[in-house]
Write a protein that binds this ligand. Sequence first.
Ligand SMILES: [Zn+2]
Length: 148
Amino acid sequence: MDYLYWTTDIPGIPQHATCDYLNSNQDGDPATDVAWAQFSDPVYGSAVCAVRTASDSSVCDQRLVSLNVTNIQNVNHWQHQMMKTTCHELGHTVGLDHYYPQAPIPDFPPGGVLDCMASQSVDDYDEPTGSWTYTYNSHHIAHINAWW
Ligand SMILES: [Zn+2]
């Protein structure tokens, strides 16, 4: 498998598995943390909260991540857009927020280094195929390590 949206060829592993959407606190069973799907909204991807944590409704327990493969493939550097969108939405599932370096009043990347949590098309950036499209900067990595 070269791209996440391709069908897996690992023997015995189905492409789609049943998701356990019941909160872990309700039945004691481990539940699905992230489910991936394709959709057709006018964006590249989204990571909506599907189930909130029973003990704290301000915390998301399970997310549904969706990728719009058609929109992604319309970008000049679509392979890097696929990597960036996947990295970006996965970042949301672990609690990272996005920022807008290309906005009229631009956000600066937290920690000062561009990474996949930047919003918009990779074609809007000086290095659309740079490693920033599939990595988190040290500021975000520090948050992930502290939270998980
Ligand atoms: Zn985002």
